[in-house]
Design a protein around this ligand. Structure first.
Ligand SMILES: *[C@@H]1O[C@H](CO)[C@@H](O)[C@H](O)[C@H]1NC(C)=O
Ligand SMILES: *[C@@H]1O[C@H](CO)[C@@H](O)[C@H](O)[C@H]1NC(C)=O
Ligand SMILES: *[C@@H]1O[C@H](CO)[C@@H](O)[C@H](O)[C@H]1NC(C)=O
Ligand SMILES: *[C@@H]1O[C@H](CO)[C@@H](O)[C@H](O)[C@H]1NC(C)=O
Ligand SMILES: *[C@@H]1O[C@H](CO)[C@@H](O)[C@H](O)[C@H]1NC(C)=O
Ligand SMILES: *[C@@H]1O[C@H](CO)[C@@H](O)[C@H](O)[C@H]1NC(C)=O
Ligand SMILES: *[C@@H]1O[C@H](CO)[C@@H](O)[C@H](O)[C@H]1NC(C)=O
Ligand SMILES: *[C@@H]1O[C@H](CO)[C@@H](O)[C@H](O)[C@H]1NC(C)=O
Ligand SMILES: *[C@@H]1O[C@H](CO)[C@@H](O)[C@H](O)[C@H]1NC(C)=O
Length: 307
């Protein structure tokens, strides 16, 4: 009995050593980042004279490439910012190998196709900005697997389908921008669980149904932009009970009805209130005059009296 225990112990140590040995020799390093970026480069068709075409070359160190920042401690790629470089191409799965990536900004180009699921491996990612490209597909559900995301900007693309309720699992999310896509369905009430949200941009889609009251419950919220959708229903009288920091409320060009809540005066910091081209009735509440920070008030295009 004692003998076989010794034997098993020795075997366990042996296996452990082999495991440590193999995992040391396969620890990813900057060469893996370089391979991932060169794979990405091969999926980009460049506009004439594009600097990236020559700059991203194995003959110079990855960390000196344009748009790349590395951290000094691990010597790995942490930032990829190739915004506004007139690039045209697709995102290969290899980008998911940039395991130290914190910030991904490929905005304002003409990348197309879908965002690959392998991006779910980017567990350190805090910022994703793919605004103003030609991406398609549904809003990727893998985003909810990235627990460190603070900023997700997918605006002005060709994403379709619904706003996934799983986004509410990105508990640190502060900025969510999906304006200017082809989103349908209702705004998930689960978004109200995002306790650090400051900017929510869902304008210029085809969203329907009522605005879930839960999003008026996020006390950190500064801007709620839901204009140019097909939203219906009334605004709750409690709309401003928990929005002490709201500076912008953009709800114009929807099908909202009922009265304009006089309680909007409780959003003390409100600077822009845009409610035009809806189906509100009644009079403009005189309480709105109490909003001393207001610089823009847009109410036209409905059946209101008493301005
Ligand atoms: C990176 O790892 C590979 C093995 O995966 C190894 O061959 C190479 O020498 C390493 N490079 C550096 C810079 O550590
Ligand atoms: C790549 O671009 C960076 C930033 O402009 C520059 O510092 C570097 O020298 C360039 N490298 C090559 C090989 O062109
Ligand atoms: C990088 O990613 C690709 C595609 O996901 C994969 O096939 C490849 O094995 C990865 N390479 C390394 C070195 O991790
Ligand atoms: C995201 O990209 C857009 C378009 O390039 C840019 O205007 C915006 O400042 C970027 N935002 C962040 C937080 O990177
Ligand atoms: C974007 O995609 C749409 C449809 O997929 C296509 O018609 C359009 O030409 C694309 N635009 C650019 C600039 O690639
Ligand atoms: C959030 O994540 C948990 C655990 O992974 C999962 O059970 C739940 O369904 C997710 N919530 C949403 C709204 O997807
Ligand atoms: C939104 O309303 C427009 C008319 O204003 C209509 O053409 C469109 O089909 C509606 N979309 C949805 C998803 O209800
Ligand atoms: C608002 O938050 C409070 C507590 O944080 C909660 O009890 C209430 O149900 C929430 N209301 C909505 C509409 O989500
Ligand atoms: C808000 O406006 C109403 C009506 O104009 C007025 O009676 C009230 O005193 C004001 N409240 C505050 C807090 O200024």
């Amino acid at each position: 009995m004692g003998r076989s225990c010794d034997f098993l112990f020795a075997l366990a140590v042996f296996i452990l050593l082999i495991h440590v040995h193999t995992s040391v020799s396969t620890v990813p390093n900057i060469s893996n980042d370089e391979a991932a970026l060169l794979a990405f480069k091969s999926h980009i068709s460049f506009s004439p004279n594009n600097i990236l075409a020559t700059n991203w070359s194995s003959s110079s160190p990855v960390c000196t490439w344009i748009g790349i920042t590395c951290n000094s401690r691990h010597h790995r790629v942490t930032t990829l910012d190739i915004s506004s470089m007139q690039l045209h191409g697709t995102i290969p799965p290899h980008l998911g190998n940039l395991s130290f990536l914190v910030s991904l900004d490929i905005s304002d180009n003409t990348f197309y196709g879908e965002l690959p699921e392998e991006l779910a491996h980017l567990q350190r990612l805090k910022l994703t900005n793919v605004t103003s490209n030609n991406f398609t597909g549904v809003i990727p559900s893998f985003l909810s697997l990235l627990p460190n995301l603070r900023i997700v900007l997918l605006s002005d693309n060709q994403f379709f389908g619904e706003v996934p309720s799983s986004l509410s699992n990105i508990t640190k999310l502060q900025v969510l921008g999906i304006k200017g896509n082809f989103l349908v369905g209702e705004i998930p009430r689960e978004l109200g669980d995002l306790r650090y949200m400051t900017f929510l941009y869902l304008s210029l889609n085809q969203l329907t149904g009522a605005i879930p009251p839960s999003i008026f419950n996020i006390t950190t919220m500064q801007v709620i932009a839901l204009a140019n959708n097909n939203l219906t229903g009334e605004l709750p009288m409690t709309i401003c009970d928990h929005l002490p920091n709201l500076v912008g409320l953009y709800l114009s060009r929807n099908y909202l009805d009922g009265v304009i809540p006089p309680t909007l005066e409780k959003c003390r910091k409100l600077q822009i209130l845009s409610l035009s081209i809806n189906e509100f009735a009644g009079t403009v509440p005189r309480e709105l005059a109490n909003l001393t920070s207001l610089t823009g008030l847009y109410l036209g295009g409905q059946h209101l009296g008493g301005i």
